[in-house]
Ligand binder design. Sequence first.
Ligand code: 6PG
Length: 245
Amino acid sequence: MTSTLSPHIITVADPAALAEAAAQRLVHRVARGDRAAVCLTGGSSPQRLYRLLATAQWRGKIPWPRVHWFMGDDRFVPQSDPLSNMGAARHAFLDQTAPPQNIHPIATDAGDPDEAARLYADELRKFYGSDRLDPARPLFDLVLMGLGGDGHTASLFPHAPALDEQERWAVGVAKAGMEPYVPRVTLTFPVLGSTREMLFLVDGADKRAILSRVLSGEDFPARRAHSDGELIWLVDRAAAPEATR
Ligand code: 6PG
């Protein structure tokens, strides 16, 4: 398995097509093996996908007892808070579809974000069965990612020390670089990259300028993301830079 340096861009018509295409890729990624692991993302871009997965048309395509659901980053708020990424994913599909023991939230009720990060790293290591990530045996089958207007992804913001973290699997982020300005917990690039597929979901005209800069190779956090497997940018036409439309 090789590291993908130049991203593969798939352009679809609109947010509905983006959700369908992402659902298809997810179904394909979780189809094999004794168990599968999906790392979800927050923000608005994946919400249509999440709702789709709960529909009669799609829920039957996922082997729920075998699939485990993690979160790449979360805001340090209770899951009942509307800002919670895991709360939103549970509400949209997980609570209706996934066995509770297969849902792995970041413990946002821990003492502070650093402690929550340590606990999540422990949980991930236990799930993986080792402290060392082996590129030949990725932790995740699919990692979903979003793109912020400042080029951040997960809760890895421009110029943050967390961007260079190579040892810790997850870190607390005391100060978010963008709204909502609540502390966060985020997985780090080596862990997010331990996947068979990393799939960025980007839609809307307001993302076009930043997407074009990231894809042209400017050093934004989202551009630093790598994958042990495939690295795909799934974008809708409104967000797509001219050359890829
Ligand atoms: C978060 C996210 C974050 C998000 C981007 C894009 O907790 O905010 O995980 O990284 O993916 O900010 O968000 P939108 O899809 O809302 O633009």
